[in-house]
Design a protein around this ligand. Structure first.
Ligand SMILES: [Fe+2]
Ligand SMILES: [Fe+2]
Length: 201
């Protein structure tokens, strides 16, 4: 009788020491998940365009930097080779643009370094032409591309919580939009609509 009693005690002890039944583990997991609060991923807290990781932002900023180098080279060359009295005003403007693009390049390189990346040393290809109007069209196309990208970059920086960086890029964007207007005016065109109202920075 005593032997049967101790046998029963051993079984009860083993049951209490054993693993929790699956339903109990599930209940505990649910409890932990609800008490820990929602998991907020800063990169996913904004819309799709803003949902990127720091490494992707570094790559995109390096693309921006390569576009800035491209702009420095294009404006340096075009401002000197544009000929004809009708282009003298815009040639002076292009010379100013070249200096502003260098400032942009320095600012973007600084942001890349701050994020732990290495600033690129390679420009995007520069289109060349002997036709003045074609040169201005190349510049306008590049500026449109630059503005489109910086508007995305502002929102991407904010998506990562890099608000000061977003402000730096907003400052550059103001300059780029002025370049766009200068070139469109010289070509007798309107500035193209590049982004939807939701994409505006
Ligand atoms: Fe620029
Ligand atoms: Fe520009």
């Amino acid at each position: 009788m005593a032997r049967h009693f101790w046998h029963l005690v051993c079984i009860v002890v083993a049951l209490f020491q054993g693993p929790f039944p699956p339903f109990a583990e599930e209940m505990m997991a649910t409890k932990q998940a609800t008490t820990a609060g929602p998991r907020i991923d800063p990169a996913a807290s904004h819309d799709g365009a803003a949902s990127i990781r720091t490494e992707e932002l570094i790559d995109l900023l390096n693309e921006d930097l390569a576009r800035e180098y491209q702009a420095i080279i294009a404006y340096t060359v075009y401002s000197q080779v544009l000929k004809g009295p009708q282009y003298m005003t815009i040639a002076d403007e292009l010379e100013k643009h070249a200096k502003q693009e260098l400032n942009h390049a320095l600012l973007i390189a600084k942001q890349i370094d701050y994020l732990g990346g290495v600033p690129t040393a390679a420009p995007k290809p520069v289109m060349v032409s002997t036709d003045a109007e074609e040169m201005l069209r190349f510049d306008l196309d590049n500026e449109n591309e630059t503005v489109r990208n910086y508007r995305q970059r502002v929102r991407q920086c904010e998506g990562l919580g890099e608000y000061a960086m977003a402000e730096v890029i907003r400052g550059i964007l103001v300059n780029e939009q002025e370049h766009q207007i200068d070139l469109a005016t010289a070509l007798g065109k309107d500035v193209a609509e590049l982004t939807t109202p939701q994409e505006r920075a």
